[in-house]
Design a protein around this ligand. Sequence first.
Ligand code: UD1
Length: 421
Amino acid sequence: MDSILIRGGNPLRGTIQISGAKNAALPLMTATLLTDEPVTLTNVPALADIRTMAELLAEFGCKAEDQGNNSWQFNTPEITGTVAPYDIVRKMRASVLVLGPLLARTGEAKVSLPGGCAIGTRPVNIHIQGLEALGAEIEIEGGYIHATAPRGLTGTTVTMPVVSVGATENLLMAAALAEGTTVLENAAREPEIGDLIDLLVAMGAVVAGRGTDRITITGQPALHGAAHRVIPDRIETGTFAVAAAITGGDILLTGADHDIVEAILAPLQRSGASVDLLEGGIRVRRDGAGILGVDVMTEPYPGFPTDMQAQFMALMSISHSAAMITETIFENRFMHVPELGRMGADITVHDSSAMVRGVRRLKGAPVMATDLRASVSLVLAGLAAEGETQVNRVYHLDRGYERLEEKLKACGADIERVSGN
Ligand code: UD1
C-alpha cells in the first residue's frame, strides 16, 4: 500500500489552484439520472470517489464519459437497472444519493445500506422518512433499502429532525420530479446544496429558497439536459490555508471562493494568520509570530465545518496556548487524536470536546488514519514537524484531494509518495 513521506519544517510559499468540490460534484453526478438528456459537468475534480460514482451510475445505464480537462458528460437515455450494489456503496457513503433520483425517475430503487460504521453512527433514517413522506414505500431487506413508488411521488412538507446535507440533497432531487409542491423545512444550507439547486434549475426544475433552511420545490413532469460548472472546494481551500499557517508560509489560493469559506478563515485569522481576499483568490500567510489558541465548535453551515476539524486541530497542536475543539456533527470524530499524539501533540478528549494544549514542536512519526480529513490533518502536522513523517493508508487522501503532493511540492514541501506492496 502506498504511503506519503514528509520531511517537515519548510515554510510553504507559492500558488495553489483550488479544484472543484468533491462534495458538490458527487450529488451533481447523481442528479444527472433525473433526465434522459446529456448533462455536462466541468471543474470535476479527478478523484477516486468521482470514478467510484461514475462506476455506480453505469449500473443504472448511465454513460459517464470523462472528456478530459476535468469535464464529464453523463447520459442516461434509459434507466436499465435500479440496484446500487454493496460492493460499490461500501466504498463510498455518498452512493446513497442515487436513492432519490432513481425513485423519482423510475419508481424503484434498491440501494445497499452504507457499510462500516454507517448504521448506528451515520444512519440514513432521515433520507428514508423524507422519501416515505413523499409517498415512497420502503423496506429494509438483506442489507438493502428497497424503495418503490407505485403511485409516483407526491409533494408535501417535510420537516427534517436533524440538519442533514445528504437527506436534503436526496429529497431535493426526488421532489424535482414529484407531483405538486414539496417544502423542505430545516434543510441544510451548505454551498454544495446551492450548487445542486443551480444544476436542477438549469435542468428545468422550479426551486425557491436557495441558501435558506426552507426550500420549496415545484415538481415537473420531466427535466432536460444542461451544462454546469462545479463550485470550488471550500474544504480543500481551508486545508491549504492551514498548510500556509502551520508552516509559517505564504500561499495564494487561486480560484477559491471568498463567500463560502468565511467560517473557516475567521478562526485562522484569530490564530494569527493574515488572510487577504483578492480578486480571483485568497492569500494566506503567517510571519514569525506564534500561533494563538482559538476555540472552535463544528456546526452545520454557515458554522465551522466538521470536515475542517481535524486540520484545525493539527494547527492548534503547535499553538502558544490551548484550544478547545468541540465536535457537534459526528460522535467521536477524533480518530486523528491518538495519531497526532504519536507526533508529540498534547490532546485530551472528553466526550465531544478535545482540549489541545500547544507544544513547541511536533516530531515526525509513522502514522495512519481511517478517514479522509483525519489523514490530511496528519499530512499538515508532518509539514510542520521536525524530522520525517510517514502517512500510511493514503487511499483516503486520493478519495478527496486532487494531486495533493504535487500541489504541496510546488510550494516547497519535501513530500513524496512511496509505493508499497
Ligand atoms: C456530508 C458530507 C460530509 C460532511 C457532512 C457534514 C458529502 C458527500 N459528505 O455528509 O463530508 O462531513 O455532510 O457536513 O457531502 N444523520 C442522521 N440521519 C440521517 C442522516 C444524517 O441522523 O438520515 C446525522 C448524521 O449521523 C450526522 C448529521 O446528521 O450526525 C449530519 O450528517 P449529514 O449532513 O447527513 O452528512 P452527510 O450528508 O452524510
